[in-house]
Design a protein around this ligand. Sequence first.
Ligand code: SAH
Ligand code: SF4
Ligand code: F3S
Length: 452
Amino acid sequence: MGKQISKENLKYYIKTFGCQMNERDSEKMAAALENKGFSPSLPQDADILMVNSCAVREKAEQKLYSFIGRLCLEKKKDAKLIVCGCVVQYKGKEILNRFKDVNAVLNTRRIEDFEQVLKDVLNGKRIMYIPSIMRNPNKILPHLKNRTGAFVDITYGCNNFCSYCIVPYTRGKEISREKEYIIKEIRMLTQGGVKEITLLGQNVNSYGKGLYKNYNFVDLLYDISKFDDIQRIRFVTSHPKDFSCSLILAIKEIDKVCKHIHLPVQSGSNRILELMRRKYTREEYIEKALLFKETTKGSITTDIIIGFPTETDYDFEQTMDMLRKIRFDFSFSFKYSPRPFTAAASTKERVPKETKEKRLEKFQNLQEKITWESNLRDVGKIFNVLVEGDAKRGALLTGRTTTNKIVNFSGEAKKGKIVKVVIQEAKKHSLQGNMEDSYGKFENQRCGFLRR
Ligand code: SAH
Ligand code: SF4
Ligand code: F3S
């Protein structure tokens, strides 16, 4: 007979693939477990293991299966394994059939029912829980404690049906949460010491559609900025078709709103953008992106898909040209991957793998150079940095600038405080510096010495 899970010393492990929405969903489940007395652990010590899956590219799905396989071998014999997230929506049954050690599958639409699923699993049941609609998008689900920053969902799902993308099929139609619940959730978070809020949605700019006539994302930003305890507000993801001038002005006007947007362009070619059903042209994108840069002096990051079906050398050069024009501070670029249910997956004219690889390398090389140059330009500047904790290596502190760059720095400061940091060195993906106070002290001491 296997060992029963004891009430004390319960442990959980959670692995998250995918985007910030999945990170937030994982947090909801982790926080529910911690409220029940579970603590995080390595997979081999855990009583409950969860894998939160991403379906956006085939590679992510393949990684999921090998990861589940590994966990089945590594986990304690009686530990329970739950697979959740986007892949479950269409492969939940297959996962249960293929992996006998998986105790439950749970999609993204009712994370609120996680505790019931957990109870059933602990009682020895094997469950497929894939409800088709959300019951209550307004419900406030738990957050982990002692955090400086927190993710807050403002919309769920997506209505855009870009021709390459599986998300509308895995996460369902777009629903905005009522503003009162968002505000209530943020109030609770401030009481727990949170200083930075990141608002989440597949297209935050469409917040309020179908819910309010006269209240939109910009209004929400102004309302959240009224919280004294919130020092910074971020948001992902912005969709270029709905990214407005009034939002650009709000980003400039509201000090607490960080001067950074993630504005996925996907391609620089009008022909490809149309096939992707993105509903904007390269000219519109360039106009909005440059206006944002000029008005806010902020940074822009983006997502790029290389080798969308029928992409020619000319189309790709248009994407390269877009990179040269906008000079994205960073981008997430991936080869196109055909996904189930999506319109583009049935296109026969695929770009050969080698061509995609060559183009991707070319794009990434130039992006790397531009990111490096953008970081170099920050050397010598002073930034307000929100202290997030100790850096991974050495005894440095870590935080981010309002333009969303990671800064590792020396000095003494508490988590959650905004400090001034003088940048001394540009790294490939981060900046390094000294806190202005310690820098100042050092300078003063030197001056004192010279005066004597
Ligand atoms: N809602 C966001 C993005 C969600 S998916 C938006 O509209 O921008 C995150 C990123 O994955 C996308 O921006 C896109 O660049 C990438 N992606 C989505 N489907 C893909 C596919 N089939 N192949 C390659 N990349 C894909
Ligand atoms: Fe996918 Fe397009 Fe929706 Fe983004 S906007 S999640 S890319 S369908
Ligand atoms: Fe992946 Fe689902 Fe996010 S498919 S990118 S985890 S919405």
